[in-house]
Design a protein around this ligand. Structure first.
Ligand code: SF4
Length: 67
């Protein structure tokens, strides 16, 4: 479904935008099917970032401190 693909692409774009200033975000996946595309090192350390979703970042809010 094209709308669904477009929506997933927008979610990834928002994820990238929200986490771009967060020092714990090490990577945002390019894969629109990835449900946890944001790699966060806040609790695991930089060597083994944990994949999280956008909801987790919004709840965490760390990105707001660095924006
Ligand atoms: S979960 Fe929190 S610390 Fe981790 S990348 Fe998202 S905003 Fe940053």
């Amino acid at each position: 479904m094209p709308e669904c693909k477009e929506l997933k692409q927008k979610l990834l774009k928002i994820s990238r935008e929200i986490t771009k200033d967060c020092p714990f975000c090490t990577l945002v996946s390019e894969d629109i099917e990835n449900r946890t595309p944001i790699y966060c090192s806040r609790f695991s350390g930089e060597r083994s970032p944990i994949p999280v979703d956008l909801d987790t970042c919004l709840s965490c809010g760390e990105f707001k401190r660095h924006g």
